[in-house]
Write a protein that binds this ligand. Structure first.
Ligand SMILES: Nc1ncnc2c1ncn2[C@@H]1O[C@H](COP(=O)(O)OP(=O)(O)OP(=O)(O)O)[C@@H](O)[C@H]1O
Ligand SMILES: [Mg+2]
Length: 258
């Protein structure tokens, strides 16, 4: 099993943002996560990457328990995320922002980088090449030298996807990557994700555009109010009464209580 999260729970004050959630991803699988606003999707992602600590539950990557590890250690084990709330470095170019992702696989740390040791220079060249390739994949090679913060938000999201790819992940978490994209850009992203999936990259995808997720995901987990309310193939999930209830607001309380 590539990812196995079990019984994850996270509270914020009185709100149980993620409530006993278990989710698995096998090698080469693209799993969708959908649910209404505030369902706990982003919180679940941050528990998986280590940006948040769980109140209960565990996360394992390829059978290794990583629950106590910080995000950079998990990144070294092959985890990468493109955040919903864009986090790019201001004052840095698009290319420089993408290169940051490469530190997930470098041997030499910041000391070598600071001292500009020869090994470090070879590594920087490798990261540079990987970043250029990642920018080409998301179709932003022409923006490489632009200031990251000058780009529209949808494009900044694509930069984040490139940064995550520059980390050479085995499991890529994408939190609403299509949000703010125009139809043509959205189509391009869908093609990229199809291609990455066919190359064997495993992904977890949160997206409000259900058609977008349905097209790409083999399995979908549906969350509402912190809990998993349904799981299955896109077809199974679509006809699930609990899912219809959560999305349409019909008989919501009855479904949640059941
Ligand atoms: N840092 C935080 N501090 C306090 N409450 C938080 C924090 N992060 C999330 N929450 C709360 O936890 C719940 C789940 O939020 P989360 O962002 O995970 O939902 P989501 O499914 O990603 O929603 P959206 O579709 O709007 O992105 C919400 O009630 C939210 O207000
Ligand atoms: Mg979210």
């Amino acid at each position: 099993m590539l990812l196995e999260a079990q019984g994850l729970t996270r509270r914020f004050g009185g709100v149980v943002a993620v409530d006993q959630v278990s989710i698995r991803v096998t090698e080469g699988e693209l799993v969708g996560v959908i649910g209404p606003n505030g369902a706990g999707k982003s919180t679940l992602f941050h528990l998986i990457t280590g940006h948040l600590r769980p109140d209960a539950g565990s996360v394992a990557l390829r059978e290794q328990n990583v629950t106590g590890l910080p995000p950079d250690r998990r990144a070294r084990l092959g985890l990468a995320i493109a955040f919903q709330a864009v986090r790019l470095f201001r004052g840095m170019t698009v290319l420089e922002n993408v290169m940051v992702g490469g530190h997930a696989w470098t041997q030499h740390g910041f000391v070598a980088a600071f001292l500009r040791l020869p090994n470090h220079r070879t590594e920087e060249a490798a990261i540079h090449a990987e970043a250029v390739r990642a920018l080409e994949l998301v179709g932003l090679e022409k923006e490489a030298d632009a200031a990251a913060e000058s780009l529209p938000l949808g494009t900044q999201r694509a930069v984040q996807v490139a940064r995550a790819l520059c980390g050479r992940p085995r499991l890529l978490l994408l939190d609403e990557p299509a949000s703010g994209l125009r139809a043509a850009e959205r189509e391009r992203l869908a093609h990229l994700l199809e291609r990455l999936r066919s190359e064997g990259l495993s992904m977890l995808l949160v997206e409000h555009d259900v058609a977008f997720v349905t097209r790409l995901a083999g399995r979908i987990t549906v969350m509402d109010r912190g809990k998993v309310i349904a799981e299955g193939t896109p077809a199974e999930v679509r006809r699930d009464p609990a899912v219809i209830g959560a999305y349409l607001g019909q008989e919501r309380r009855r479904v949640v209580r059941a």
